[in-house]
Ligand binder design. Structure first.
Ligand code: MG
Length: 161
């Protein structure tokens, strides 16, 4: 088994869509970034790459590369799944925490989880997506940005699990 951790932050700005785990969430602000800035999926990909000792998403998908401009991070996650698969590895359990003061994400959790389950070909009991506020403190609390942390457990693809 291999375990990895990921962390990411994006700035909240007017004029961008807010996309978390592939779900577009109604909000007057969205996350700024070269891709769709899906901070939750970025943290998850970094956790998966970290567990495989394959660096980070900045190395695999540089923000200077025009191919990744505006790209859905779910597409990038597909790449990471394939990359791990080519190394004989698969994610078997993942847990993602989104830190945002607002908007409330409760109503979007099921869809977010479904997207991750589909991307990782995992059943519902192997994927967890959760959200917390910081009770108004710090950059997330002040609504300046959203952060996310994730852990991923990988197993060899030939293992029964
Ligand atoms: Mg990012």
């Amino acid at each position: 088994m291999r375990i990895g951790h990921g962390y990411d932050v994006h700035r909240l700005v007017v004029g961008r869509d807010l996309i978390l785990c592939g779900v577009q969430i109604p909000c007057e602000k969205g996350l700024l970034g070269h891709s769709d800035a899906d901070v939750a999926i970025h943290a998850l990909m970094d956790a998966m790459l970290g567990a495989a000792a394959l660096g980070d998403i900045g190395r695999h998908f540089p923000d200077t590369d025009p191919r990744y401009k505006g790209i859905s991070s779910m597409k990038l996650l597909e790449h990471v799944v394939q990359l791990l698969s080519s190394r004989g590895l698969q994610a078997v359990s993942v847990d993602v925490t989104i830190v945002a003061q607002r908007p409330k994400l409760k109503n979007y959790m099921d869809e977010m989880k479904k997207n991750v389950c589909t991307a990782l070909s995992l059943p519902e009991d192997r994927v967890n997506i959760k959200a917390t506020t910081t009770e108004g403190m710090g950059f997330e609390g002040e609504g300046l940005g959203i952060s996310s942390q994730a852990v991923a457990l990988l197993m060899p693809t030939d293992t029964e699990n």
